[in-house]
Design a protein around this ligand. Structure first.
Ligand code: OGA
Length: 382
């Protein structure tokens, strides 16, 4: 896949300042691995990771900032979804519909993915991140495709960075799936990731049907708008090293998912994932062997904002590392995405002009995570 440079003559995001001379080919500064900083044991606070006060996190379980222990995103049991009991199915559809409207997020349990596979996938990645640095460096990435081992999102020189390293890989389309770009260490890694991604494509397809039915459109409508069988699927594995001054930084800055659906496998032992609810940030309490499902910007666009993508971010833990697997189920990258015709009426005209996902994701690839500014700036002028 070729990522084109930003065309400054035709600004697609009118409210955004253009970045000068952005080529998107290489990092603007030498890459520093956050894990190495954490492991150095230094108590110095590197300025590059200190967020402005307004962006600093409410730490999970912090009594000072009053994070509410009792509030959580909905947990939905999918056991009866395809079991033939129509009432049970309707009940689940209703719960998902309410979660999409009220939260933009929900957790699913009894989703059909083997629990051992989930645990295995997370542990393989933990081992990868604990491999010697030269093993990891062999997969070092560039902003051209972001595939491989990386330590920043965005190429703005001098930007304040997030406290995390990550690994990005392609699963779909098959033409972009390349085992040589997946870690060979630990030995079972490629096989486990392959099965994990296959299962998550299947689960995403089931959820796409549910979302379509809930939007009142035919059950294959969103899937077809994504390009049918030709969807894109990528995995980003996030490694958040511990840092004593977790109150000053973020593991991942606030953003909405730029793609379609995200299925997040959080760390089962360390919390830190936070979801915006109005003016507050809610720390998600993961249910055992659940996936956290999240509506991305492309579904906001296709649904003509009947569903909204919601901002989320990650707080670092001062005592423990955290590993999470974010699986992105995206539209085929070169087809125009715009509100589906059935949801565009005289009373609710189309809010967004057509744009391919290739064009859309240039924003996060150059600027890094920036809240909901991109999807907001896309709205058609009235
Ligand atoms: C992401 C993401 C959350 C997490 O990778 O886009 O939102 O808990 N991750 O790591």
């Amino acid at each position: 896949m070729e990522v084109k440079g930003i065309n400054e003559d035709q600004p697609r995001f009118p409210n955004q300042r253009p970045i000068d001379n952005m080529s998107c080919q290489d990092w603007p500064e030498p890459i520093v691995r956050v894990q190495s900083l954490s492991e150095s044991g230094s108590t110095d606070i590197p300025d590059r990771y200190v967020k402005p006060p307004a962006e600093r996190p409410v730490l999970p379980n912090s009594r000072i900032n009053g994070d509410d222990e009792k509030i959580n995103i909905p947990i939905i049991n999918l056991a009866g979804l395809d079991g033939g009991d129509e009432n049970a199915r309707r009940e689940i559809l209703g719960q998902i519909s309410a979660a999409c409207r009220e939260w933009g997020f929900f957790q699913v349990v009894n989703h059909g993915v083997r629990h051992e596979l989930m645990d295995d996938a997370r542990e393989n990645w933990r081992q990868f991140f604990h491999s010697p640095m030269e093993v990891k460096q062999a997969y070092g990435n560039s902003p051209k495709t972001y595939e491989g081992y990386g330590s920043r999102l965005g190429v703005e020189k001098g930007a304040i960075l997030d406290w995390s390293d990550y690994y990005f890989l392609h699963y779909r389309p098959s033409s972009l799936k390349d085992f040589n770009k997946w870690p060979a260490t630990p030995a079972s890694c490629r096989e486990v990731i392959d099965e994990y991604c296959k299962e998550l494509v299947r689960l995403s397809g089931r959820l796409m049907k549910v979302l379509s039915i809930n939007l009142g459109i035919s059950e294959d409508r969103l899937q077809n708008a994504f390009g049918g069988e030709n969807i894109g699927a990528r995995l980003r594995v996030n490694f958040y090293p511990k840092w004593p001054r977790a109150d000053l930084t973020l593991g991942l800055s606030a953003h909405s998912g730029p793609g379609g659906l995200t299925l997040l496998l959080p760390d089962h032992q360390v919390t830190g994932f936070q979801v915006r609810k109005g003016d507050n940030w809610i720390t998600v309490k993961p249910a055992k062997h659940a996936f956290i499902v999240n509506i991305g910007d492309q579904i906001q666009v296709l649904s003509n904002a009947n569903y909204k993508s919601v901002e989320h971010r990650v707080a670092v833990n001062s005592a423990n590392e955290r590993v999470s697997l974010a699986f992105f189920y995206n539209p085929k990258s070169d087809i125009p995405i715009e509100p589906v015709k059935e949801l565009v009426t005289e009373e609710s005209p189309s809010l967004y002009p057509p744009m391919t996902f290739d064009e859309y994701r240039l924003f996060i690839r150059t600027r890094g995570p920036k809240g909901k500014s991109q999807v907001e700036s896309m709205k058609s002028p009235r």
